[in-house]
Design a protein around this ligand. Structure first.
Ligand code: FES
Ligand code: FES
Length: 162
């Protein structure tokens, strides 16, 4: 089936299998490998991207369901060589160790701050409960998100070159 999906501001038109998952479309068809696959039970959140501005686990969506929609992946978050404030906050607060969960965490966290710009620690923990991390014990991830909120992460995050 032919799909037309805007990924980080670029229109991607491809012929896909009807059963292809969005995460495989992003990684294999489009070739953006920042979005990870960490489980086959839809529980880890490593595959989190934004679909029309909403955070989704891309292993739970079919590529054909994204037809006509906009996807933002971790690659679309930075502005050229300038890190997005959420990425900067993770960097400064040691919010990652192996980094496998990080793209999904960052995407989920930016989405969370869009809904709740100044969350409490409990709200951050609750907001990220769909994203698992095996390394950090979550403390520094929560600290990073609170720091990003404090710094004022842009509310509207959109795909594209800018
Ligand atoms: S790969 Fe684990 S939730 Fe999608
Ligand atoms: S930093 Fe290793 S899984 Fe989160």
């Amino acid at each position: 089936m032919q799909v037309r999906v805007t990924v980080n501001g670029t229109v991607e038109e491809h012929d896909v299998e009807p059963r292809q998952l969005l995460v495989h479309f992003i990684r294999e068809t489009v070739g953006l490998t920042g979005t990870n696959v960490g489980c086959d039970t839809t529980s880890c959140g490593a595959c989190t991207v934004h679909l029309d501005g909403e955070s989704v686990k891309s292993c739970t969506v079919l590529a054909v369901q994204a037809d006509g929609h906009e996807i933002l992946t971790i690659e679309g978050l930075a502005n050229g060589s300038e890190l997005h404030p959420m990425q900067q906050a993770f960097h400064e607060n040691h919010g990652l160790q192996c980094g496998y969960c990080t793209p999904g965490m960052v995407m989920a966290a930016t989405s969370l701050l869009k809904e709740v710009p100044h969350p409490t620690e409990a709200q951050v923990r609750e907001g990220l409960e769909g994203n698992l991390c095996r390394c950090t014990g979550y403390h520094n991830i929560v600290k990073s998100v609170l720091a990003a909120a404090e710094a004022g992460v842009p509310v509207a995050v959109s795909g594209g070159a800018g």
